[in-house]
Ligand binder design. Structure first.
Ligand code: 1HN
Length: 367
């Protein structure tokens, strides 16, 4: 008599598949089920106090007396993403170069922005040979694969915020890096702003191929601040106050293909409405005092503090002053989300109005 055939258990079968470097979809299903209602925020809400950052920067000047190819930038490591970045796509830090110092040129596929914290307009970053003077609150772009070095010919330390798309580029496994030949300073153009002005203004040379995204654009605070002020009395966004996105004039889009920069003003006493979105952001407090509540964590901020809002985390901002406005600079990965149709935003309380099935209650039907 033939022995009854015993059915192989799923567990044994899964193990067999593993030996052949295969996996059943049912193993992935769990991941999908966990995503009902959206992703879990990646990383933790966290705040870095300026006092600590600045004192560590001064120490870094002693323990790393010369920077050359490496940068004296203290990076914000999200406590929920060890070794990965400030958010899952962005890396932010504060850099300092000492009087007389030059950080030699290099280039990489990571794109960067600099937001100046302490600069008198004589220190500068050079991008593809273009001299970009650094003055307080100026924004300078270092698009991917452009040569860049930093120069401080003044007698005071120069400080700025670095923000890059490092975790995204590493995640996509497309990092390329090159030090400038001979580990040197790049050949600089003579007149600051000249090259840029002739190529990004209303007319450009016809004998050069038109470029779009790799210009070392500089956004001067003296131009941005009046724009922000001019809109200060408007209601702005209920979620972000009077918030402006820096525009790349060559594309009409965000500053860079992978990251966007915002400047936002919160009126005295203003409290924004809670929402969440699939993009993540890093913030730097330009002016003012307040709190940003991210999920259950209240991040109490003051001037020059930095903080992180992980993606898909509920958050709201509050300006704690009844008299002074607050100004926040931030970077986000919205362009990446938009590029793939993955940007989603959810305002508080919308779950009940948009996602839930609209079934009228029996009393409503009858009455
Ligand atoms: C970088 O190249 C700079 O050039 C600053 O100033 C910070 C952080 C990670 C990777 C590259 C710079 C950086 C960086």
């Amino acid at each position: 008599m033939a022995k009854p055939k015993t059915r192989k258990s799923l567990q044994v079968f899964d193990e067999e598949l593993r030996q052949f470097h295969m996996q059943g979809q049912w193993g992935v299903e769990e991941l999908l089920v966990r995503s009902i209602g959206g992703p879990r925020p990646k990383g933790k809400p966290f705040l870095w106090k300026w006092e600590t950052v600045y004192s560590k920067l001064l120490e870094a000047c002693e323990v790393l007396p010369e920077s050359f190819t490496a940068r004296r930038s203290l990076l914000f490591a999200n406590p929920g993403l060890p070794g990965h970045g400030s958010t899952h796509t962005l890396l932010m830090g504060i850099q300092m170069i000492k009087p007389g110092e030059v950080a030699w040129a290099h280039r990489h596929t990571m794109a960067a922005i600099r937001f100046v914290i302490q600069g008198d307009g004589k220190a500068y970053t050079a991008v593809d040979g273009e001299i970009c003077p650094m003055e307080n609150n100026d924004l300078i772009l270092t698009p991917q694969w452009t040569w860049h070095d930093h120069h401080n010919p003044t007698d005071k330390g120069t400080l700025w915020l670095d923000a890059l798309d490092v975790p995204l580029i590493i995640g996509l496994n497309v990092p390329f890096y090159e030090p400038y030949p001979g580990n040197q300073v790049q050949v600089l153009r003579e007149k600051p702003g000249d090259y840029l002005q002739r190529r990004t203004a209303a007319a450009r040379p016809t004998w050069e191929a038109a470029k779009k995204e790799s210009f070392p654009l500089c956004y001067r605070w003296k131009d941005i601040e009046p724009q922000l002020r001019a809109l200060a009395e408007r209601p702005g966004s209920p979620y972000d106050g009077v918030s402006l996105e820096y525009v790349n004039p060559m594309t009409g889009g965000p500053t860079l293909p992978t990251l966007s920069c915002w400047i936002q003003l919160l009126k005295p006493g203003e409290r924004t409405r809670r929402h969440r979105h699939t993009s993540s952001a890093m913030y730097f407090v330009v002016r003012g005092q307040g709190a940003t509540t991210v999920e259950e964590t209240s991040l109490e901020w003051g001037e020059r503090d930095s903080f992180v809002i992980p993606n898909w985390a509920w958050h709201e901002h509050k300006n704690r002053s009844k008299i002074e406005e607050a100004i926040l600079f931030s970077i986000n990965d919205i362009p990446v989300m938009n590029a793939f149709g993955l940007y989603r935003e959810e305002p508080e309380n919308s779950l009940h109005t948009t996602n839930a099935p609209q079934v009228p209650a029996p009393s409503q039907v009858n009455g």
